[in-house]
Write a protein that binds this ligand. Structure first.
Ligand code: SR1
Ligand code: MG
Length: 429
């Protein structure tokens, strides 16, 4: 198979009419939709940064169709991007479906040439970020997201896989380097230097942006994280696990959009979830109709942040105790009761190191959404720019502390306590 850096012969950007004819020719899709093709409704609804997304509805059921564009949608044709990301997304989705059944959309069809994936239409699910902006509580989220992360991360790691299989898996995703490069630039580099595409809520955050560009302690910390992201092929990551990549109802959770999938450090995925919950918390003051109106929602967010870590760690450790078939930590090196006890202490130490990674990546994920290219609606929908900047400045203050002083956060409770303190802080604009 060839993975194309430029549009291959046969690739075309689909319009709604082309898609109708195309799907009519795919028996599985036509059967899923039902009825005559000219009765299908087709709407392009993509509001993400990279791709086209069509919602197709027929007489019986619906489909979501995602097509990669040969460039970054957010920026335009001046920023080309390989279509091969659709291949990696398909590979990741099918892999995740095996490891975390029911927590990703079912794939119905993949077309390598058109860089297209047709999948189950998630209805009435909504993008979690939109629900959080509206102040909605999702009681099943913690259990679902921690099953997803514990299982996808553990079962792709050296704790679960023989070395040869793990190396084959690394190789299968190694070509997704253009998507990794986006992360390397937009998360780990640009927010800390002058970069054309950076933006922030000006003029309120001008001074903070300048401080972040001059702060060498911060530059060391983000560079250590970048090195870890570049070099630590610990597990197969989703790679972009923010609340815009999660669809929810009160009872269901689906993780979507794994086009950034590659082998990297586990803390990057866990940090993405925690960072986006922290931003939802610190943005919430910008969405309340009156002071205190969202206090139950905010308390739920803080409790959720604590449980995302504690439940992830509990589930991950339990998998390690019961499913460790990998080449790491050979059982023969830990014989008897003393060996078992020592290995258990080492498991706890591993998770403590992972927590430190998570703290750093959480901070990086917050800073990029405030000083970098791609922002999020948690903040962007706060119309009063001074109030938006207040919420963002509180987030930057928390994130800086987490990044340069990660070691002082020894428990997830310390993170939520610092978030509460940041929420009370008034920046001087
Ligand atoms: C140019 S792409 C910007 C961002 O969109 C994606 O969702 C990733 O988060 C990426 O960093
Ligand atoms: Mg995405």
């Amino acid at each position: 198979m060839t993975l194309h850096a430029v549009p291959p012969e046969g690739y075309r950007i689909l319009r709604e009419g082309d898609l109708r004819d195309y799907l009519a020719g795919i028996p599985a899709a036509a059967a899923q939709l039902g009825g005559p093709p000219d009765g299908w409704s087709i709407n392009e609804v993509g509001d993400g940064n990279l791709n086209l997304v069509f919602i197709v509805k027929g007489a019986s059921d619906g489909l979501a169709v995602k097509q990669a564009l040969p460039y970054v949608r957010l920026v335009g044709e001046s920023w080309p991007l390989p279509l091969s990301r659709s291949h990696y997304e398909y590979l990741a989705l099918t892999h995740q479906a095996r490891l975390a059944p029911g927590l990703v959309p079912a794939v119905l069809h993949h077309d390598e040439q058109l860089a297209l994936v047709a999948m189950e239409l998630l209805e009435p699910h909504i993008i979690m970020r939109k629900g959080l902006v509206a102040g909605t509580i999702y009681p099943a989220f913690v259990d679902h997201i921690t099953i997803f992360m514990a299982r996808t991360l553990f079962f792709s790691s050296d704790l679960a896989l023989p070395a040869a299989q793990k190396k084959e898996a690394i190789a299968a995703f190694a070509g997704n380097h253009a998507l990794c490069k986006i992360t390397e630039d937009l998360i780990f580099t640009d927010p800390y230097r002058v970069a054309e595409q950076n933006r922030w809520t000006s003029p309120w955050l001008d001074a903070a942006a300048a401080q972040f560009r001059d702060d060498l302690d911060l530059h060391v910390a983000i560079s250590r994280l970048k090195l870890k992201f570049l070099s630590h092929a610990q597990a197969l990551l989703h790679g972009d696990l923010h609340t815009g990549s999660i669809m929810v109802t009160a009872r269901e959770t689906r993780v979507i959009d794994p086009e950034f999938a590659f082998y990297g450090p586990m803390g990057f995925d866990i940090g993405a979830v925690i960072a986006n919950l922290l931003m939802a918390y610190l943005a919430s003051a910008g969405h309340e109709s009156e002071p205190g109106a969202r206090s139950a929602f905010e308390a739920w967010l803080l409790e959720t942040i604590e449980q995302v870590w504690s439940e992830f760690a509990r589930k991950f450790l339990q998998l390690w105790r019961t499913e460790a078939k990998g080449d790491a930590y050979p059982v023969s090196l830990f014989p008897g009761e003393a060996g078992a006890a020592r290995l258990e202490r080492e498991r706890q130490a591993y998770v403590a190191r992972l927590f430190q990674d998570t703290i750093g990546f959480t901070a990086a994920k917050i800073i990029r959404r405030i000083l970098g290219l791609a922002h999020n609606i948690d903040f962007e929908l706060i119309e009063d720019t001074r109030l938006r900047a207040t919420c963002e400045a509180r987030s930057l203050r928390l994130a800086r502390k987490m990044m340069v002083d990660a070691a002082s956060f020894t428990t997830i409770g310390a993170v939520t306590q610092a978030a509460r303190a940041a929420r009370e802080w008034q920046p001087e604009f």
